[in-house]
Design a protein around this ligand. Structure first.
Ligand SMILES: [Zn+2]
Ligand SMILES: [Zn+2]
Length: 291
């Protein structure tokens, strides 16, 4: 049992209510979220695009290589494959918001664990650079941390304990040169052009022949990670994987783009209601596809 002084010190340091549902917290934890809320976080369905992890509608054709969404068939992203743990909705979205907007840093440990769980599906080689998607320095000054970097460190600790691969977090590899311009209302092509030049490989980083795991909190349309992968590829990277804690699906894509204004992945309502993706007619469930 804690002494009265220890109890009050603990109460001062840690909130006693779940930051998501306000229920009293029964257990002492650095993460102020109750077990009921955490229990509601579930993985994305298995019916995903084998390239960009977009959730596909039931009945979507699976070939011998798995399923590939219409958008990836029309225009392959610059990364080899993306994996994501859960849908960007409900408690998982709340957890990401706690980290990014309310600075509840212990949430990064759990989000990193989710990233590691998703990344276990990737065929890693012997050495992997874990590269967080960078923030522009103006955003970094405002937030004082890069959530993708905190998640990357936590993911690396988990992955390193489970795989023979040597993982090294390299937050110095990519730099974000432009502050974000809102992409709401832009077409897919405009969005791609808007991101051109937003990222660069820093001068001292040698990624020639490297195997890279790009890490971010959420994958919305995939435009941001694809642009990161493009510059890494030009700089000589060999394999480029992407792992995120959450994947925007269906209607949450639009919501994600608005709450995600700082990620540069804004999507327009038009994007979400387009009748065709990459020239292939899709059902509602397939609209959370990547660029
Ligand atoms: Zn709760
Ligand atoms: Zn895809």
């Amino acid at each position: 049992m804690m002494s009265g002084a220890a109890q009050s010190l603990f109460a001062a340091l840690f909130p006693s209510e779940c930051r998501i549902c306000n229920a009293p917290l029964a257990n002492l934890s650095r993460l102020p979220v109750c077990t009921e809320c955490l229990g509601r976080i579930v993985p994305v369905p298995d019916t995903q695009c084998g390239v960009c992890a977009a959730v596909l509608p039931p009945g979507y054709p699976f070939g011998p290589e798995g399923a590939v969404c219409g958008q990836c068939r029309a225009d392959l992203p610059s990364f080899d494959r993306a994996v994501c743990f859960g849908p960007y909705s409900d408690t998982l979205r709340e957890l990401i918001h706690l980290l990014k907007y309310r600075h509840v840093r212990p949430a990064a440990n759990l989000l990193g664990r989710y990233v590691a769980r998703a990344a276990r599906a990737l065929p890693f080689g012997g050495r992997v650079m874990v590269v967080p998607v960078p923030l522009h320095k103006s955003k970094w000054r405002e937030r004082t941390f890069n959530q993708a970097e905190l998640i990357a460190w936590a993911a690396m600790r988990d992955l390193g304990a489970q795989c023979a691969t040597a993982f090294q977090v390299r937050a110095d590899v990519l730099v974000r040169r432009h502050a974000t311009v809102s992409q709401v209302g832009m077409s897919r092509e405009q969005r791609k052009n808007n991101l051109r030049g937003a990222f660069a490989v820093s001068g001292h980083a040698d990624v020639r022949g490297a195997e890279i795991l790009l890490v971010d909190d959420v994958l919305t349309t995939g435009a941001t990670v694809s642009e990161c992968a493009r510059v890494l590829r030009i700089a000589g990277a060999d394999k480029i994987w992407v792992a995120t804690a959450a994947r925007a699906v269906q209607d949450s894509v639009a919501a994600a783009s608005y709450s995600q204004a700082d990620s540069g992945e804004g999507t327009s309502p038009e994007w979400n209601t387009s009748e065709q993706v990459g020239g292939v007619p899709v059902q509602a469930g397939a609209r959370g596809t990547s660029i």
